[in-house]
Ligand binder design. Structure first.
Ligand code: ADP
Length: 319
């Protein structure tokens, strides 16, 4: 906060200096004009003193208006500049805090699935487990690998978004209905033990899209739906056509998102709540990537409240 305090002291100093110089200028003008009036009356004592004074006073008032006008413009620019700088500074501070949290959580997110995969493999190697137990261990290790995979994919995509000047996605005409069905089926098969999944997808909706990107959108939204809702609740993916729009919904019955957080959650590294009290794991990259991909395909995304509780992520594309 120190640099901001120095900045405000400077702005305050400029303001005081400005008022002081404005006062001096007005005062100086007054003096000059009174000397001029004296001069006129000395050089031409017959001339009407009143007329000369009125003329000079008119000119003096015009000068004051000019000084006042310029002062208002200058002060407005000063206030505007100060407000903009303050906002930019606050934004930078928040971003760097989020970046720090991101590094902490990414390290944790990388380490914990790796540790548990190692443990599963070591147990399988050392103990002669029955087939059923082996299967459970292998499934758990696959889940952890999937988690790692999503994390690495997200970090890579976010880096590419920031640094690449080349197109990131390969757009082609795809059967959106089949592709979504496919992704959700595969996803729900590997996560069905914790949540119930439902799809309402109208058949044969076609769109120009990158397959990998579509998968990234759905996996991120489905993972969030799971992460932020209780086990055994319902997650619905629906694809509908409304007029000229293709509408994709991912609905959950979780905690929901407060109205004042609804636009921030799409920012890079943004996570609701504070680091100390937050229970869920994450990096704050998922929705940033989802939004980027949706907009890259000329779509729009927003989040609405589900009733009685939970969230609906709504994505709209042109047909
Ligand atoms: P991450 O899940 O890794 O924290 P995201 O960018 O995917 O990052 O999400 C940003 C934030 O939005 C999350 O931290 C969470 O607070 C909130 N959020 C996202 N999806 C949901 C959801 N389905 N229900 C409730 N909150 C959500």
């Amino acid at each position: 906060m120190k640099p901001l305090a120095v900045f405000y002291i400077l702005v305050f100093y400029i303001f005081i200096q400005f008022c002081w110089w404005a006062y001096l200028l007005v005062d100086l003008n007054k003096e000059v004009y009174s000397h001029k009036i004296e001069n006129v009356s000395l050089r031409n004592p017959q001339a009407s003193l009143q007329k000369g004074q009125d003329e000079m006073l008119g000119k003096l008032h015009k000068r004051w208006i000019m000084i006042g006008g310029e002062g208002i413009v200058f002060l407005s620019l000063l206030v505007l500049g100060a407000v903009k700088t303050h906002k930019a500074f606050k934004k930078e501070v928040a971003l760097s805090k989020r970046q720090k949290n991101f590094l902490l959580s990414v390290t944790h997110e990388l380490k914990s699935p790796l540790a548990s995969i190692k443990l599963y493999l070591q147990t399988l190697q050392k103990h002669d487990l029955d087939k059923q137990k082996q299967q459970v261990f292998i499934e758990n290790a696959i889940k952890d690998t999937n988690r790692l995979n999503t994390l690495v994919e997200n970090v890579l995509t976010a880096t590419k978004i920031e640094s690449s000047s080349q197109p990131l996605f390969f757009k082609e005409e795809i059967n959106l209905s089949d592709a979504i069905n496919d992704i959700v089926t595969k996803y729900s098969q590997s996560h069905a033990n914790k949540h119930r999944f439902e799809t309402h997808i109208i058949p044969d909706v076609h769109a120009i899209f990158d397959r990998q990107a579509l998968s990234s959108i759905l996996i991120n939204l489905l993972e969030n739906a799971q992460k932020y809702s209780e086990e055994n609740t319902l997650i619905i993916v629906s694809l509908q056509v409304a007029g000229s729009k293709i509408v994709l919904h991912v609905t959950d019955e979780g905690n929901g998102i407060a109205d004042d957080e609804k636009s921030s959650i799409f920012e890079k590294f943004y996570r609701v709540g504070n680091e100390e009290t937050r229970r869920s794991k994450g990096t704050g990259l998922g929705l940033f990537i989802v939004k980027y991909i949706v907009e890259y395909h000329n779509g729009k995304i927003h989040v609405k409240d589900n009733t009685p509780n939970g969230s609906i992520f709504e994505i709209l594309f042109n047909k």
